[in-house]
Each structure stands twice: as structure tokens, then as C-alpha cells.
Design a protein around this ligand. Structure first.
Ligand SMILES: [Zn+2]
Ligand SMILES: [Zn+2]
Length: 230
């Protein structure tokens, strides 16, 4: 096993995924083999476990490996040539920015939301409620979840902020973000929890309780991070 340490640069997880993929191509690992644990890979490559987790998610999307929850990552039979999605941002970095941007969004939404804005936000929660019980509609659930955050941004009435926010949310259609979300949303409890948090945030906005709204939003985004990385 001779994976090399990786320096600090952009799209770290892509480089990690490439290294692991190369190791598999060189037959250091064969189909059915179990890869080293996240902890071992993290020590070997001298990178955080969050980056390893992202790299493994990329490899899983590409059907290079299968991640079995509570067990480990297994090399799969090669089906096609491997292509990396290099435009994709680190989900970890995305979340880091969203915590701040969306705190600002709820603050301004409290000051400026129109009745129509509130109805638009409510409609996304209604969509979540309808899709909640149906495992075949996780796609739909995911879309309403994103729409909630978009409608909230619109309530700030600030076009610059809306553009910034949309650029963050468009990333949610990127494969890595989507992949991690869909995995989390397979759990009914996770879907219910997301709906519950969206309702809480909306209520705090309606009650013009800025402190509570910001606190709930911060928790909501950081909760995602915890679900992805722990
Ligand atoms: Zn949300
Ligand atoms: Zn939570």
C-alpha cells in the first residue's frame, strides 16, 4: 500500500478520490476487497476524516466502491471508465458558508418578508409534509427542502443576497451534495426532523423572534453537517 500524502489545495476530496481510484486501478485492491477504514485513510493521507468521507462519497456515486453503513467500503466490479466531477464543491465548505449566509437571511426575512413570501415558504413545508411518508418520493422531498431555503432568501428582498444564496443552493443539485442528502433522507426520522426544523424556523420568523430564528437555522445547517460526517 503506497498512497501518498496530499498537500493542502482546492478540491482535496477529488484528489483523495483519485488516489484511491488509482490504487484500485493498479490492483492494490480488487473487487470485493475492503478498503482501509476512514481513520486509517485519514492518517495515511494526512487529511481530515471529513475529506475522506467526501472522497468515499464520490467513489460511491461513481460505483467504484460500495459504502456499507457500520461496516466499511468495498471495491466494486468495474462497470465503466471513471470520470470525476471536478466542478463540484466540497460539501463541508458549502455548509461552512451557509451557516453565516442563512443567519443573515433569516434576520432580514424577519424585517422584510411580505405575506406572499410567508405563503411561499409555507407552501414548501406543505410539500415536505405531503412527501414525508413516501419513500419513493425522496426526490420530491429533497426539492421542497431546497425550495424552502430559496423562498426564505427571496423574503430578504435583497437581489445580491438572493443571487449569492441561489449560487449556494444550486450546488445542491450537484452530485455530491445530492448523494449525501438522499442517503440521509432515506430515514423517516431524518425527513421528519427536517420538516420539524423548517416549521420551527418559519414560526420564529412569523413571530419576529430573531434570536430564535437564527439559532434554529444555525442548528439546522450544522445538523446536516453532523449527519453527513459523523
Ligand atoms: Zn433545510
Ligand atoms: Zn436538528
Amino acid at each position: 500500500m503506497s498512497l501518498e500524502p496530499i498537500g493542502k489545495k482546492e478540491k482535496l476530496y477529488v484528489k483523495i478520490a483519485q488516489q484511491i481510484n488509482n490504487a484500485i486501478e493498479k490492483k492494490m485492491y480488487n473487487p470485493g476487497d475492503k478498503l482501509p477504514t476512514e481513520r486509517e485513510l485519514s492518517a495515511q493521507l494526512n487529511v481530515s476524516r471529513a475529506s475522506i468521507r467526501e472522497a468515499l462519497a464520490v467513489l460511491e456515486i461513481m460505483n467504484v466502491i460500495e459504502v456499507r453503513v457500520g461496516d466499511g467500503s468495498y471495491v466494486m466490479q468495474r462497470t465503466s471508465n471513471f470520470q470525476f466531477e471536478t466542478k463540484d464543491s466540497s460539501v463541508f465548505e458549502l455548509i461552512e458558508v451557509r451557516v453565516y449566509i442563512e443567519s443573515l437571511i433569516v434576520k432580514l426575512a424577519i424585517e422584510r418578508a411580505t405575506d406572499q413570501n410567508i405563503r411561499d415558504i409555507e407552501a414548501t413545508n406543505e410539500g415536505l409534509r405531503k412527501a414525508l411518508n413516501n419513500e419513493e418520493r425522496i426526490d420530491e422531498f429533497f426539492s421542497y427542502g431546497v425550495a424552502f431555503h430559496k423562498k426564505l432568501a427571496e423574503a430578504t428582498q435583497n437581489d445580491v443576497l438572493i443571487q449569492i444564496a441561489n449560487s449556494l443552493f444550486e450546488q445542491e443539485t450537484h452530485p455530491l451534495w445530492r448523494h449525501l442528502n438522499m442517503k440521509v433522507l432515506l430515514s423517516y426520522e431524518a425527513r421528519e426532523h427536517q420538516l420539524h426544523e423548517h416549521e420551527g424556523i418559519l414560526n420564529a420568523i412569523k413571530n419576529k423572534d430573531q434570536e430564535k430564528a437564527e439559532e434554529l437555522m444555525k442548528h439546522h445547517i450544522e445538523h446536516l453537517k453532523n449527519m453527513f460526517y459523523e
